[in-house]
Design a protein around this ligand. Structure first.
Ligand SMILES: C[S@@+](CC[C@H](N)C(=O)[O-])C[C@H]1O[C@@H](n2cnc3c(N)ncnc32)[C@H](O)[C@@H]1O
Length: 335
């Protein structure tokens, strides 16, 4: 197993050029789910309804995004987005043979775990999440468990050949401990892969995003609210790299992807990715912002709704060439 060093995945730091008109669309042995801690009983199906969205009770205080059908659709579309971003690859780590034991942290709808299991029939994939939003019927090599990744992991030590963690930043308060647990339960010679985006800033290369942009107002308010909740919205690529090294991982490969929101870029692939992310952002602004800004920040529901509406409108308008960043890191536990 070795990191994939295909040139197509090289770091992307060049400015993104906008096309002339931004109005046309660019789119074209951990056994089964049944155990005492994970059975899908009524008690763990409990929900909390707030501002028109459904949240899972077990996520309260731990993760402020909803878990309803709208959010599940957003997660599945986001998965399609990341596949497109990585040119069809589910991971940046490349494997000579199927990694025997695989863990997907914060698996969400389980779509990554299911596809990885499908592509790697020799792997046994376990997906962990706080919320029971995974399908009940799955391939025989894919298992889902409900648990909090911030608690002590009960897996055997030196167990996993590959640990995957994508976009769990809004649910991890103690990154040092999280990565120490990954290290402890990763096999010597095994790989971990992190994929996280910025929760602290939104970017623009051509000056079209004003300092008083609703995008910036939104991300700053979300970031402050997440911080009050106990999260670490300020982490950037170099921090994740340092955290992985501090946990003991070596051969750390770090990739930076610029992610335009809306079909405004001139270049075809960026325009298509921007169109998909623009679509994702329609419910994404609310998913990431609504509960945290009203429960941990000082916004009323009306103020949060207004701020989110402004951002969605601005994406549609396409005049402010805003992009986010996705940071992907692959690292190895020494033999
Ligand atoms: C933004 S979603 C990403 C889902 C999936 N990784 C993907 O990329 O499609 C984050 C997921 O992590 C889960 N999560 C957040 N904090 C968690 C924690 N402390 N323990 C377990 N799961 C957590 C949430 O319930 C949610 O399903």
């Amino acid at each position: 197993m070795a990191p994939n060093t295909q040139p197509v995945l090289a770091n992307n730091t060049a400015p993104i050029e906008a096309k002339d008109s931004s109005h046309d669309s660019g789119v074209e042995d951990i056994e089964s789910t049944v155990s005492s801690t994970q059975s899908l009983t009524d008690s763990i199906r409990e929900h909390v309804y707030e501002n028109g969205r459904r949240y899972h009770r077990k996520s309260q205080g731990k993760y402020a995004l909803p878990s309803d059908e709208t959010e599940q659709d957003r997660l599945d579309l986001s998965h399609a987005y990341y596949l497109e971003m990585l040119d069809g690859k589910l991971s940046l780590a490349a494997f000579n043979k199927d990694p025997a034991n695989v863990l997907d942290c914060g698996t969400g709808t389980g779509i990554w775990a299911l596809e990885f299991g499908d592509e790697h029939p020799g792997s046994k994939v376990v997906g962990i999440d706080l919320a029971p939003i995974q399908p009940d019927w799955v391939a025989p090599n894919v298992y889902f468990e409900l648990d909090d990744l911030e608690k002590e992991w009960t897996f055997p030590e030196d167990h996993f050949d590959y640990i995957h963690s994508r976009n769990v930043g809004a649910g991890i308060k103690n990154w040092e401990r999280y990565l120490r647990q990954m290290y402890k339960h990763c096999k010597p010679g095994g790989y971990v892969e992190l994929s996280e985006h910025s929760y602290h800033n939104l970017y623009c290369d051509d000056g079209s995003m004003s300092d008083d942009s609703p995008f910036l107002l939104y991300i700053r308010t979300v970031s402050q609210s997440l911080e009050k909740m106990g999260m670490n919205p300020n982490l950037v690529l170099s921090d994740y790299k340092r955290l992985l090294a501090d946990a003991g991982f070596v051969d750390i490969e770090a990739h930076n992807f610029k992610c335009p929101v809306g079909p405004w870029p001139r270049e075809k692939k960026q325009r298509r990715l921007g169109a998909i992310l623009g679509e994702i952002s329609r419910t994404g602004f609310e998913a990431y912002g609504k509960a945290v800004m009203t429960n941990y920040g000082s916004l009323t529901e009306e103020q949060a709704t207004e701020m989110i509406k402004e951002c969605v409108k601005l994406v549609d308008k396409g005049t402010q060439h805003m992009y986010g960043q996705q940071w992907c890191l692959v690292a190895r536990k020494p033999e």
